[in-house]
Design a protein around this ligand. Structure first.
Ligand code: FAD
Ligand code: NAI
Length: 490
C-alpha cells in the first residue's frame, strides 16, 4: 500500500508541476494569417472584454480557426466574487487578477490583444472604432464576427452626489480607492481628540444596497473591525459603525425567505447597523439624505460605498440605439437562444452582463456558461464557413454541392443546440466566517446557512472557480497568511 501511495503522490505532484510549468510559459503559437493552407479565408473574430464571459470563451475557443483580436481597457481578468475581501486586506488584490496575456499566450493559435475601449460599432459595415486607453488614439477594426462581453457598470439611478462622493465596488481600482479612504479616515480619527464630533463621522462606514455585493462588503468591513482593528486599534474599533442601507423591506432578495431571515438576524447580531426600508435620495460630501416611511432623514458618513446594482455601458447603449426597433430593453442587449444579437444575428453575439434575456441574473455563472457555449458555436461556424467556401469553388460539382448542403444542414440542426442555462446555486458571505448557500444538485434544492461547513464550502467553490493555478495558489496562500498573521491592511 505504501508503495502505491508513494507512486500516486509522485504522479499527482508530477502532474501539477507539469500543468504549472505549462501555465507559466508562453506556448509556441500558430501565427495569424489571411488564409488557411487550402486557400480558404481565415475570418476575424473580435472579442470585446476580458471579464468572465470573454475569458470562458477564450479558454475553450480553438484560436487556430480564427484571427482572434481581444479589445478591452483592462489587460487582466478580475475574479469579482472575492473583490469585497480585498479593500480590508483579507485577500491581496493582485491574487484575484490574472494578466490576460498569460491566458492568451497559452492558446494554440496567436491571439492579438489591444488595450482599448470600443467606442462605436457599425453592424452594417462590420467594423468597430476603438480608442487607446492611454493616448486616446483611435483605430477602426473590421470584423467578421463580433462578441460583445463588455459587462455593465455600477448604477446610481441618477441620485445626485453619488458619482462625486461614493466609492463603487466593481473594478480593481475601486478596491484600492476604498482601502485608501478607510485607512486615511482611521488615521485622521486617531489624530483627533476623543471627544471631537468629527471622529464619529469619519468612522461611519455606510454601504448602500443590500444585494449580495453590499452584504458581502458590509460583512468584510465588520470582520475587519471585529478581528483586526479591535486588536491593534481598540480605541478606534469601538467607535466604528458599519451601516448597511437597503431601500426594500429585505436584503438579498434573490434568496429564499428562510435564508433572508437568517442573514438579517445574523447581521444585526454582528453589530452592523442594518437599515431596511431606507431609500437614499441624495448624497452630499459628508451626509446622506434618506427617506424612511416618506420622511426625510440624514446620515452623516465618513466612507460611502455604493452597491445598488448595474446598468448598461455607453457602448452597449450605442449599439442598441443603432437598432432602435429591435433593441428595446433598457436593461441590456436582447439576444436569441443562440446568443446572437437581435437585429445583427449573422455577425454579432452578446453574452454576460451586457445582455438582458430569459430573466437570467447578471452573474459570473451565467457569463461563464455562455462563454463556453459560444466556443462550441464558433467551432461549428468555422466548419460551416469552410463548407461554404468549398461550395463556391468553380471546380465543385453538383454532387459535391449536394453533399456540402447535407453536411451544413446536419451541423445547423444537430451541432448547434440552443443555449441552456444550468443553474448550480448561489452563495454569499455574511461575515464572521459564515456563508449562506442555495444549491441545485441533480434537480433538487438544498440550503446551507451559517455553519462552518457552509463557509468551507464557499471557500472551496471560489478556489475551484479561479481561472489559473497561480490565482488558486495565491488566494489559498492569502487565506493561510490571514490565519497566521491577520489581515494585510496597510
Ligand atoms: P465583466 O466580467 O464585467 O467583464 C467586462 C469586460 O469588458 C471587462 O474586461 C471590461 O474592462 C471590458 N470592457 C468594458 N467596456 C469596454 C469597452 N467599451 N470595450 C471593450 N471592452 C470593454 N457573480 C456570481 O455569479 N457569483 C459571485 O459570487 C459574484 N460576486 C460578485 C462580486 C462583486 C463585487 C461584483 C461586482 C460582481 C459579482 N458577480 C458575481 C457578478 C459577476 O462579476 C458578473 O456577472 C460578471 O463579471 C459578468 O461577466 P461579463 O463578462 O459580462 O462582464
Ligand atoms: P443588486 O441589484 O442585486 O442589489 C442592489 C440593491 O440595492 C437592491 O436590493 C436594491 O433594492 C438596493 N437599492 C437600489 N437603490 C437604492 C437606494 N437608492 N437606496 C437604498 N437601496 C437601494 O446589486 P448587486 O448586489 O451589486 O449585484 C449585482 C449582480 O451581481 C446581481 O445579479 C448579483 O446576483 C450578482 N452578484 C452575485 C454575488 C453572489 O452570488 N455572491 C455577489 C455579488 C454580486
Amino acid at each position: 500500500l505504501f508503495k502505491y501511495s508513494m507512486l500516486a503522490m509522485l504522479g499527482i505532484t508530477g502532474y501539477f508541476t507539469y500543468i504549472t510549468y505549462l501555465e507559466l510559459h508562453p506556448r509556441k503559437q500558430l501565427p495569424q494569417s489571411t488564409t488557411f493552407k487550402d486557400g480558404s479565408p481565415r475570418k476575424r473574430l473580435v472579442i470585446l472584454g476580458t471579464g468572465w464571459g470573454a475569458v470562458s470563451l477564450l479558454k475553450k475557443l480553438d484560436t487556430t480557426e480564427y484571427n482572434v483580436v481581444v479589445v478591452s481597457p483592462r489587460n487582466y481578468f478580475l475574479f469579482t466574487p472575492l473583490l469585497t475581501s480585498t479593500p480590508v486586506g483579507t485577500i491581496d488584490l493582485k491574487s484575484i487578477m490574472e494578466p490576460i496575456r498569460h491566458i492568451l499566450k497559452r492558446k494554440k493559435g496567436e491571439v492579438v490583444y489591444l488595450e482599448a475601449n470600443a467606442t462605436d460599432i457599425d453592424p452594417t459595415k462590420k467594423n468597430i472604432k476603438i480608442m487607446d486607453n492611454n493616448n486616446n488614439e483611435t483605430r477602426t477594426l473590421p470584423y467578421d464576427y463580433l462578441v460583445m462581453c463588455v459587462g455593465a457598470e455600477s448604477t446610481t439611478f441618477h441620485i445626485p452626489g453619488v458619482r462625486e462622493n461614493a466609492i463603487f465596488i466593481k473594478e480593481a481600482y475601486d478596491s484600492t480607492r476604498m482601502k485608501e479612504k478607510i485607512l486615511n479616515n482611521i488615521e485622521r480619527a486617531a489624530f483627533l481628540e476623543m471627544d471631537d464630533p468629527k471622529r464619529k463621522q469619519l468612522l461611519t462606514f455606510v454601504v448602500v444596497g443590500g444585494g449580495p455585493t453590499g452584504v458581502e462588503m458590509a460583512a468584510e468591513l465588520q470582520d475587519y473591525v471585529n478581528e483586526s482593528l479591535s486588536t491593534w486599534m481598540p480605541e478606534i474599533s469601538k467607535d466604528i459603525q458599519v451601516k448597511l442601507v437597503e431601500g426594500l423591506p429585505n436584503i438579498l432578495n434573490m434568496f429564499d425567505k428562510n435564508l433572508i431571515e437568517y442573514t438579517q438576524a445574523f447581521i444585526k447580531k454582528s453589530k452592523i447597523d442594518l437599515k431596511l426600508n431606507t431609500f437614499v435620495k441624495g448624497v452630499d460630501p459628508n451626509i446622506i439624505t434618506v427617506e424612511v416611511n416618506k420622511e426625510k432623514q440624514e446620515i452623516p458618513y465618513g466612507v460611502l460605498i455604493w452597491a445598488t446594482g448595474i446598468q448598461p455601458r455607453d457602448i452597449t447603449r450605442k449599439l442598441a440605439q443603432i437598432l432602435p426597433e429591435i433593441q428595446t430593453d433598457r436593461r441590456g442587449l436582447l439576444i436569441n437562444e443562440k446568443l446572437q444579437l437581435l437585429g445583427a444575428e449573422s455577425s454579432i453575439y452578446a453574452i454576460g452582463d451586457c445582455t438582458f434575456h430569459g430573466g437570467l441574473a447578471p452573474t459570473a455563472q451565467v457569463a461563464h456558461q455562455e462563454g463556453l457555449y459560444l466556443a462550441n458555436i464558433f467551432k461549428q461556424l468555422h466548419k460551416l464557413d469552410q463548407l461554404d467556401w468549398k461550395s463556391q469553388l468553380p471546380s465543385t460539382t453538383e454532387k459535391q454541392l449536394t453533399d456540402i448542403k447535407k453536411k451544413q444542414d446536419h451541423i445547423i440542426n444537430n451541432k448547434m443546440p440552443n443555449f441552456e442555462y444550468n443553474y448550480k446555486g448561489t452563495l454569499a458571505y455574511i461575515g464572521s466566517e459564515r456563508a449562506i448557500a442555495e444549491l441545485k444538485i441533480a434537480g433538487k434544492d438544498y440550503q446551507l446557512r451559517g455553519s462552518p461547513f457552509a463557509f468551507l464550502f464557499w471557500k472551496i467553490v471560489y478556489l475551484s472557480m479561479c481561472v489559473s493555478i497561480r490565482n488558486t495558489l495565491m488566494v489559498s496562500m492569502d487565506w493561510f497568511k490571514f490565519y497566521f498573521f491577520g489581515r494585510n491592511s496597510i
